[in-house]
Design a protein around this ligand. Structure first.
Ligand code: GLN
Length: 497
């Protein structure tokens, strides 16, 4: 069997090959460039996609600025030495343009590194290309980017999911080894499900948000998107941990997640929330769930039906809370301090109106209006405050469930990847596609999506595990046991068989 090209390897395989002197970082970068030359034109996972030229990832440029370790020097560095990691376009890399895929931020240069970037660099990673996303991370399809949509590498007529669609598509297409995304209501897990890769939304406070452009500050988390579960465990360990620069970051020690991977799952209690298995998901998703239950039982887990009674209110609460926080966070983009400004305006007010009117896309405006309305006097109690009370109830549902079980199993999304353009005219349909992922953000708990099935047309379907706060270790344990007992990651080509 001929060896896999280096871009098809996992982080773990690359680290091994480096240690044995079989591979050098430049080989990995060259292989990625070759794959990008073939596939990026049709997928458009990177925002600098079409015009990438001879330095597709910007890695050479970064090397000149000391942002990547020199060859050879990686040896003395950490667990990601010489591993390129792609970065969603809402995470700051000092000295580089950051746009959140919005016209309003065009030309804005990050003044500092996000904490996750500092941590990646300290671990020896190479900061790779910037990935496409829904504008300001609002959306589940990656179609609202000002750069145009990303396509799903499994079927170019379909969306890759969103908002971290570029990150998931690049990892699935082997034009990235691994990537960072952000997840406010499912934006790591749903694209991971649609593209057939692994995505983790860590516990709220587990990973620093310093240097992440805020969408909804009480929900946002940065997390890994990778080819397999082991890589996700390795990458999360690097980026997690307390950060005094983020007041919401938790001072909780970070375990060695890889140490959880080879523990068996015999006797683990897994809850099946009955509300998530009621009608609503496609028959293919339901078949995937039935298969997952059988498989987990075979591995010795105990499956029990539980109830999360407030599930029916999850989407409603989220679509009040997230736009409210977003309307406040996005108020700073007023044409004065950041990015795009309408220079032709005659008055200050006109400058604000024109800059925001021309800088923001339709979905961003829709959410700012929704959020501003929910927060306005007279409506605050009826909408925002009420939604926050519902959020508490949703969280209590999970607290109760975790008194009985160690983890929960649910679908990640109601369907496999939908067609490009299928839902753009219908925001409500878009919002409903987040029904299974949002609750983890509202409750602040960790969740992972990994491949659990493949439709007859070859589209991946993800399954989701959820756990108690800061119990990512057990998520990895479960996900790894399931992954290793199935062959989806191999059939999808994530890992060479
Ligand atoms: N799809 C959800 C939304 O549209 C989640 C987005 C996210 O997690 N950033 O808000």
């Amino acid at each position: 069997m001929s060896p896999s090209p280096p871009n098809r390897l996992t982080i773990t395989q690359i680290a091994q090959a480096y240690a044995q002197g079989r591979l050098a970082p430049q080989d990995v970068l060259d292989a990625l460039s070759e794959e990008i030359a073939v596939r990026e034109g049709e997928i458009h996972a990177y925002i600098n996609g079409a015009a990438m030229g001879s330095d597709p990832s910007g890695t050479l440029r970064r090397r000149q600025r000391g942002l990547t370790p020199e060859q050879g020097q990686e040896e003395s560095l950490g667990p990601l030495r010489g591993v390129p990691v792609a970065i969603k376009d809402n995470i700051c890399v000092e000295g580089e343009e950051i746009t959140c895929a919005s016209k309003i931020l065009k030309g804005f240069i990050s003044p500092y590194h996000a904490t996750v970037i500092e941590k990646l660099l300290a671990a020896g990673a190479l900061i790779y290309g910037r990935t496409n996303m829904d504008e300001f991370a609002f959306g589940p399809s990656c179609e609202t980017s000002c750069y145009g949509p990303t396509k799903n590498p499994r079927d170019l007529g379909r969306v890759p999911g969103g908002s971290s669609g570029g990150s998931a598509a690049a990892v699935a297409a082997h034009t990235a080894i691994a990537a960072l995304g952000s997840d406010t209501g499912g934006s790591i897990r749903q694209p991971a499900s649609f593209c057939g890769v692994v995505g983790v939304k860590p516990t709220y406070g587990r990973v620093s948000r310093y240097g992440l452009i805020a969408f909804a500050s009480s929900l946002d988390q940065i997390g890994p998107i990778t080819k397999d579960v082991r890589d996700a465990a390795v990458l999360l360990r690097v980026i997690a941990g307390h950060d005094p620069k983020d007041s919401t970051s938790a001072d909780v020690p970070v375990p060695d997640y890889a140490g959880f991977l080879d523990r068996d799952i015999r006797g683990m209690k897994i809850g099946l929330p009955k509300e998530y298995f009621a009608a609503g998901a496609s028959s293919q998703v339901m078949e995937t769930m039935a298969y997952a239950r059988t498989q987990l039982a075979r591995l010795g887990a105990e499956l029990v039906e539980i109830s999360l009674p407030h599930t029916a209110y999850v989407v409603n609460a989220y679509y009040i809370i997230a736009p409210s926080e977003a309307s406040s966070n996005l108020a700073r983009f007023d044409g004065v301090r950041f990015g795009f400004r309408d220079e032709s305006a005659k008055t200050l007010l006109q400058m604000y109106e024109d800059s925001r009117g021309r800088g923001f896309g339709a979905e961003v405006k829709r959410r700012i209006i929704l959020g501003t309305y929910s927060l306005s006097s007279g409506y605050y109690d009826a909408y925002y405050l009420r939604a926050m009370k519902v959020r508490t109830k949703i969280k209590e549902d999970f607290d109760k469930a975790f008194q009985k079980v160690d983890a929960l199993l649910t679908p990640t999304a109601p369907t496999a990847a939908f067609r490009l353009g299928e839902k753009v005219e219908d925001p409500l349909q878009m919002y409903l596609s987040d029904v299974y992922t949002i609750s983890a953000n509202l409750a602040g708990i960790p969740a992972i999506s990994l491949p659990g099935g493949i439709t007859p047309e070859g589209l991946p379907i993800g399954i989701q595990f959820l756990a108690k706060p800061f119990d990512e270790g057990n998520l990895f344990r479960l996900a790894h046991a399931f992954e290793q007992s199935t062959d989806f990651h191999r059939r999808l080509g994530n890992v060479a068989s």
